[in-house]
Design a binder for this molecule. Structure first.
Ligand SMILES: [Zn+2]
Length: 450
């Protein structure tokens, strides 16, 4: 028998928090309220939380004590968001080499929740988070789930790779939803798997469809081709690569807008669109996000830069000015929704997804895909891999309309973008394999140094 959503949202969910002594729903209520504060109020809150985190890190994390002292920095003098730029950047290598020194002496490593990152660059990373931090991260994700149209208590459907799943989300599923989730494994999206998913969907009627953008598109394409529809209350796409044509197909078969979200395993939610879809609201209550030029100075609005984050809720293993390896564009626009949470324009991709053109400059992978995959007929899927300067392999899944003329047009377009002298190898195949974590990558650059 199906448990009424209102009973789950109004009773089971709060009861679970009491049982777990969790701050999850209390934080959710605070976040629902605080999002309507003015930008100045949001900033003041961030700076106050930042000072608490810096004091904590300086007093209890040997890594920060050492590196800040070595750089001659008095962390007590860091009072504002602008001051934050004086602190050194924390790299993935720092985390790999000095993991134990990053963990607060106030916490036992064994008591912290471990998250292992996907390791898209070939090496994975372990991040630890204290229990209240996990609950607060979950609360922030729930708030942005609500922006999509989903309501607390409604079941969810997830299209997700297995294994590993982002730990925070997996825990959310296990702890709060248990059987109230329909699941489609991105490692195996074929007709029978989709049909099984649709049968379970009918039984549970999820309020939210959640997954990687390109996996959502593959499902939507199947539904379109078979004259089927879905009717979720909201759709959340957790991928930086939400292509406009794919977004349209998903929205056509589901009848609601796609909510684009950006996050990572290390700090969970970073930014998400609200119901107005006017850019992504930064999760400013929990994370300070900086956009930096290559020389470390801050980007101007509209300028693409390196993403660096400071998390304000994880006291177990504080991450202060951690470089994510992704790139994005800040903005000073305000959202018409009235929320005071700042916006970012978009995530432009992983640093590792930018390809090198002949002229020695970087080209954003998604813009190449938008000019080829989404414009030329006969290509169902595509992935460009740059193994070395001047040479590209193009993996592609041909569809109806594929032929020599399309191949020639593809080659010409890629040479226009990346240089006339680049060597191109087109490799038609039946399917393009995902990463180990189930995500798709449209471009992969293995050129490490320039
Ligand atoms: Zn908004």
């Amino acid at each position: 028998m199906r448990v009424p959503d209102a009973l789950v949202g109004g009773f089971f969910e709060p009861a679970w928090d009491v049982y777990e002594r969790s701050v999850r729903l209390r934080t959710l209520r605070e976040l629902r309220r605080s999002q309507w504060g003015t930008p100045d109020q949001v900033r003041a809150r961030q700076e106050q939380q930042l000072r608490v985190m810096l004091d904590h890190a300086r007093a209890t994390c040997p890594f920060y004590r050492d590196t800040w002292a070595a750089a001659g920095i008095d962390a007590a003098a860091i009072r504002s968001l602008a001051d934050l730029a004086r602190l050194p950047i924390v790299t993935k290598d720092d985390i790999r080499q000095r993991q134990d020194d990053l963990i607060s002496t106030k916490h036992r490593k064994a008591d912290l929740r471990r998250a292992k990152t996907g390791g898209s660059t070939g090496v994975s990373l372990e991040i630890f988070c204290d229990e209240p931090g996990i609950q607060k991260r979950t609360a922030a994700a729930l708030r942005s789930d609500e922006w999509s149209g989903w309501r607390l208590g409604q079941p969810m459907a997830a299209i997700w790779g297995n294994p590993p799943v982002a730990t925070s989300f997996k825990n959310r599923l296990r702890e709060t939803l248990k059987d109230r989730i329909v699941y489609l494994d991105t490692m195996r999206i074929d007709g029978p798997a989709i049909e099984r998913f649709l049968r379970e969907w009918e039984q549970l009627r999820p309020g939210l469809l959640f997954g990687h953008a390109h996996s959502l598109f593959i499902l939507a394409e199947y539904l379109r081709d078979h004259g089927r529809r879905l009717n979720p209350g909201g759709i959340v796409a957790t991928s930086m690569m939400l292509l406009e044509p794919e977004r349209r197909v998903i929205e056509d078969v589901c009848g609601v807008p796609v909510t684009n979200r950006y996050g990572c395993e290390e700090v969970s939610l970073i930014a998400c669109e609200c119901e107005r879809h006017h850019g992504l609201h930064l999760n400013a209550d929990h994370v300070i996000t900086e956009f930096l030029r290559d020389d470390g100075s801050p980007c101007a609005p509209g300028e693409d830069g390196r993403l660096v984050v400071t998390e304000l809720v994880n006291f177990g293993m504080p991450l202060i000015r951690y470089e994510l390896g992704d790139r994005g564009v800040p903005t000073d626009r305000l959202c018409p929704c009235g929320r005071g949470l700042p916006l970012m324009e978009c995530v432009t991709g992983r640093t590792a997804d930018f390809l090198w053109a002949e002229g020695g400059y970087r080209v954003q992978g998604i813009s190449i895909i938008e000019n080829t995959l989404t414009k030329l007929p006969g290509i169902r899927q595509m992935q460009i891999v740059q193994e070395e300067d001047g040479r590209l392999e193009v993996n592609l899944v041909p569809g109806p309309g594929w032929g020599d003329d399309v191949a020639a047009a593809l080659t010409a377009t890629l040479r226009d973008i990346l240089g006339q002298g680049v060597a191109l190898e087109l490799r038609p195949m039946e399917r393009i394999p995902q990463e180990k974590n189930g995500k798709y990558r449209f471009t992969i650059c293995r050129v490490t140094r320039r």
